[in-house]
Structures are given as C-alpha cells and as structure tokens.
Write a protein of this length. Structure first.
Length: 207
C-alpha cells in the first residue's frame, strides 16, 4: 500500500535551466576569461554549496574571486542572477495537491540554500503541501547516496515498499529503487498518473 510520495523538486515541480545562469554570468561579468577551467572551478564550487560544505556567505565570496571581483559581490544582484531561473509545473503541483490527504508528501532535492530561499518566496504554494523536505545542503550528501532516500523515508514514517519516488533523472530514480522505494523517472504528469493508477492511487482528471 502506498503511504508516501517522495518527489524531486528541480525539473519536476520547478522547471529550470542552468544555461540561464551561464548566459547571465557571461553578460554581467564580461571581463572574466570564462574558459573550460574557469567553468570547472565554478561548478565545483556549486557542488560544494549543494553539499553544505560551503555556506551562502562562503559561496558568494568564492564566486566573487572566480568572477574577478576586487571587492565582495553585490549579494542582491548575484542572488537574482543565480536564483531567478525557475518556473512552476502547475499541473504536477495540482496533482500532488489532490493526493496530500491520502498520502504523506516529502520533497527530496539536491539543491542549495539560496535556491530554496528564492523558491519559497516566489512559489510558497509548493512548500505548503509537503509534510517534510530533505535537502542535500542540510544533510551533507546528495542523491544518489542512499542516505538521502533513507532520510526521506524516516521523516515520512513509512517503509521503503510503501513509498513512490519521482525524479527527472533516471539514475536517481534507479537509486531510489535500489533503496527499496518504487522509483520512477518523471517525464510528464500523465506518466505520473499512469504510475499512480498502477499502484491503486487515482485522482480526478483535469478539466
């Protein structure tokens, strides 16, 4: 019996495109020699930020160094550049909203504190429907580490076999399956509906 649905955030509930960040960096910091090595260092910093190894203050400071800033980055400007990349998947949110009285909803995301703060401010309706949230930067590890899925199950208070998991990245859905959860790659809302029906969960069709 399905008692919990665990859902990814990025490109499931909130669509996003990292290329927007790259385009803004190139536009707003034209003096930077943005070569392959520079890009590798920047995304390594991002990875540390998502793992909680670097806090927001440290991220801004180190990003400023990589971007050749002599003084501290304009935090407000960089937060917008970095975070204003999301748009809502309204159909998927509506589907989960219909399910929340029947199952426990848990959010599970590889993310960072700046993106979550931005998303909570602009899309509060997402976070209102979840009983729990597990973020990589808080846990100090990231998917596909099984500890992420174990923590989601612990907070939901269910056994692995009683949970469904949806993620746009197939490897992460597979990792959830290896942890005993019924993992499925998110492709479309209609695909999620098919999975729910397969497990005995149904919701009204959209008008």
């Amino acid at each position: 019996m399905i008692r919990a649905i665990v859902s990814d955030l990025g490109n499931v509930l909130l669509h996003f495109d990292h290329r927007i960040i790259v385009a803004r960096l190139l536009h707003d910091f034209p003096h930077v020699h943005w070569d392959e090595e520079q890009e590798k260092l920047f995304w390594a910093l991002v990875s540390s930020f998502e793992l909680g190894a670097v806090d927001e203050e440290g991220f801004l400071a180190e990003a400023g160094v990589l971007l050749g800033e002599d003084s501290a980055l304009d935090a407000s400007h960089f937060r917008r550049l970095w975070s204003d990349i999301f748009w809502l998947n309204e159909d998927y949110l509506s589907l989960l909203r219909e399910l929340r009285t029947d199952v426990n909803l848990v959010l599970l995301s590889n993310t960072n504190s700046m993106h979550i703060a931005w998303a909570k401010e602009r899309f509060p309706e997402i976070f209102e429907i979840f009983s729990h949230a597990v973020y990589s930067y808080e846990l100090g590890t990231a998917k596909p580490d099984p500890r992420m899925f174990e923590e989601a199950l612990r907070r939901a208070g269910v056994d692995a076999g009683d949970a469904l998991y949806f993620d746009d990245i197939a490897a992460y859905a597979d990792a959830a399956t290896e942890a005993g959860i019924k993992g499925h790659q998110y492709v479309s809302v209609s695909g999620v509906r098919d999975v729910l029906a397969m497990h005995g969960l149904t919701v009204p069709a959209f008008d």
